[in-house]
Design a protein around this ligand. Structure first.
Ligand code: SF4
Length: 302
């Protein structure tokens, strides 16, 4: 695939807007110039990603999903950020490496992929740490295939099984159809998870994140059953998250305008354990704090 011309008729994600991003914007609201809101060491990812020194996280503006509860809504939905050139982005990657980052963590980069890949090309001979692709899971299988030589660690969400829920809360009725294929492709690419010589920091692999939503534990359980049936055992990690907090427009949906209960999280966790899906990370319910959202203050964007 030639990424050079894809902005001219954008199909970078399953929305397939086919807009000319040089002239206009599609669902994600992004043009053809990279915009980002923060590039800094981040300590709130899974332990094998953040390690002791932090993950070199770049938070891109805009998003291909429209989640009503997004904790990063200021950048994802309101598009806060600063435009940067491809060269500046490549310098950011090198600077994060110099600061000691365990990896380069691209957060919601899909809408800028042609530019991000060019920035990675500029520094690939000097970048010695893994590249993490941290995304909402709503990805095109065809695009994921093209990223095999760029991405070492995939960190996708798998948010919903039900298209009713994905349509209601994220404006994407085809979410599971796209995300299920994308996740399979990611696992095919990386093979079994691989760690550094201390067995602590991930160097290659897939971590599937799932955040349990209020009132939706049955949907979480259906997702777990699908993972058990469809994904190769021990080839990926699960991160089962309890941190749901009703941010952004959650108030428009009374059923999710609350935190999840210990009962809800416990039921999903029990099911994961009973299915043998216990390779991964579970959260203490008390860990649901806003520290997971860093300040979007343009730190490191220069
Ligand atoms: S990246 Fe943006 S413009 Fe391109 S297909 Fe996705 S939502 Fe549409």
């Amino acid at each position: 695939m030639n990424f050079d011309h894809i902005y001219e008729s954008c199909r970078l994600c399953p929305r397939n807007c086919r807009v000319n991003r040089h002239l206009s914007t599609g669902f994600c609201g992004c043009g053809d110039t990279v915009k980002a809101a923060r590039a800094a060491l981040h300590h709130w990812e899974e332990p094998c990603i953040s390690g002791t020194r932090g993950s070199g996280t770049v938070f891109f503006s805009g998003c291909t999903l429209g989640c009503c509860f997004c904790q990063n809504y200021a950048i994802s939905q309101e598009n806060f950020g600063k435009e940067i050139t491809i060269k500046e982005l490549s310098h950011i990657f090198l600077r994060l490496q110099e600061e000691g980052a365990h990896n380069i963590n691209l957060v919601t980069a899909t809408q800028y992929l042609p530019s991000v890949l060019k920035a990675l090309d500029l520094v690939k001979s000097r970048l010695s740490i893994p590249v993490v692709y941290n995304c909402g899971g709503y990805e095109s299988e065809e695009i994921i295939k093209e990223l095999a030589s760029y991405v070492d660690i995939w960190l996708p969400d798998l948010k919903y099984f039900s298209s009713e829920l994905s349509s209601r809360y994220s404006k994407a009725s085809d979410y599971f159809n796209a995300a299920s294929k994308a996740v399979k492709q990611m696992i095919n690419q990386t093979g079994a998870p691989r760690f550094d010589s201390d067995g602590v920091i991930m160097e290659k692999g897939v971590i599937i994140r799932h955040m349990v939503l209020p009132g939706a534990k049955e949907d979480s359980i259906r997702l777990l059953q699908w993972m058990k049936q469809e994904l190769p055992e021990e080839m990926y990690y699960i991160s089962l998250m309890s941190q749901y907090t009703p941010f952004y427009q959650s108030g428009n949906f009374p059923e999710i305008n609350r935190r999840i209960t210990s009962y809800e999280y416990g039921k999903v966790l029990d099911k994961a354990i009973r299915l043998g899906l216990d390779q991964g990370f579970m959260q203490e319910k008390s860990s649901a704090k806003e520290e997971y959202t860093p300040p979007f203050d343009l730190k490191g964007i220069y």
